[in-house]
Design a protein around this ligand. Structure first.
Ligand code: ADP
Ligand code: MG
Length: 340
């Protein structure tokens, strides 16, 4: 277990992490979802030991590791912009860390060979050892970077937006592979991403980081279906969040959220009985292949999105600039305290 408790990190006037608490359990894929600048890389750098927290503590298996140098922490790191040694072949790139690690370096060539071969097989690069690092594709380079990390048998691996440079198809495939590789290794991955899709599909646990704080963490389905606050909901790219004064009825909670696909559309006054109704002006529609996305502006100025799955059309024809009543069953909505 790797618990972080109330960790704070400042850079001058910037509060990069603010009293952050999070536990990375053993043998778990943890996704850390956050926008650019939310503190994701800072958090990984503190866990790896490249920097120290200003306040708070990081522990590993019951021992506080704040004073432990990075090379003794048993933690692997795969960077956002990974770099292989271009003059070495794939096998030597992977073996480098093993030969040169601070604790029990491996000098025996046969042992290095065996372990490199096993690491390459693990990431699906059997037989690529002799290739020049400069003669493989982006996806393969990313797998070499991962092999180079796991060959040292770390207790956990930190991955900082490792797929950012890859195209969408390859990204999706690498995501599946990363999950499978972690399951085989039975170690923990802390995977940082700005993509809610990646975070939700890959993580056994998903933690949402916003302005240096974890706003919610939990299993992906819990997070997606029951975000605890507006901050968490905003990161899932599936929830409309609005001031309840924009509704045409009074409700106790100041803020409410409802999912894009759970909103019906009626002409004014025609919302079904028992539904909450949110008057809004239709702005525009957008087709995305199997779905259409419709944009509205509510009275609190919030942008409301409504998804229609085109295999099951359910929405009326709408005219841009006209007013409609967006409606939904109250039990599908989340109520949030606090000012919007
Ligand atoms: P993320 O990885 O989520 O994009 P970072 O952890 O890199 O976010 O940065 C969090 C905040 O801390 C940002 O406001 C960033 O500008 C600031 N920051 C990060 N590293 C430094 C640094 N070395 N010096 C000054 N400010 C930094
Ligand atoms: Mg970063």
């Amino acid at each position: 277990m790797l618990p972080l408790s109330r960790v704070t990190r400042r850079y001058g006037d910037t509060l990069a992490l603010e009293g952050l608490s999070l536990t990375v359990p053993d043998d778990t894929y943890v996704s850390l979802l956050g926008a650019s600048g939310s503190g994701k890389t800072t958090l990984l750098r503190l866990i790896a030991g490249f920097e120290a927290p200003d306040q708070g503590a990081i522990a590993m298996n019951g021992q506080v590791i704040d004073a432990m140098p990075p090379h003794l922490r048993d933690i692997g790191f795969v960077f956002q912009n990974f770099a292989l040694f271009p003059h070495l072949n794939v096998a030597d790139n992977v073996g480098f860390g093993l030969r040169h690690r601070a604790v029990s370096p491996v000098a025996n060539a046969a042992e290095v060979n065996d372990r490199v071969r096993a690491a390459l097989a693990l990431v699906g690069l059997d037989g690529f050892g002799h290739r020049a690092a400069s003669a493989i594709s982006g996806g393969q380079r990313q797998r070499v970077a991962l092999a180079r990390t796991v060959v040292t048998e770390p207790r956990s691996v930190l991955l900082d937006e490792p797929l950012g440079a890859l195209d969408a198809n390859l990204r999706a495939r690498m995501c599946d592979e990363l999950r499978a590789i972690r399951e085989r290794l039975k170690i923990s991955f802390l995977y940082v991403t700005g993509s809610e899709t990646e975070a939700l599909t890959m993580g056994d646990l998903v933690a949402v980081l916003s302005d240096g704080k974890i706003v919610q963490s939990g299993p992906p389905d819990v997070l997606f279906n029951r975000p605890r606050n507006a901050d968490a909901a905003r990161h899932l790219n599936a929830w409309n969040i609005f001031d309840t004064r924009a509704l045409d009825t009074t409700v106790p909670a100041p803020q409410m959220a409802v999912r894009f696909e759970q909103i019906g559309i009626a002409t004014p006054g025609r919302a079904p009985r028992g539904h909450l109704s949110l008057p809004a002006r239709y702005l525009a529609g957008e087709f995305n292949g199997p779905t259409a996305l419709h944009f509205f502006r509510a009275a609190d100025d919030s942008l409301v999105q409504v998804v229609e799955h085109l295999s099951q059309p359910r929405l009326p024809a709408m005219t841009e600039g006209d007013n409609y009543h967006l409606h939904f069953a109250p039990d599908l909505a989340r109520e949030f305290p606090g000012a919007p």
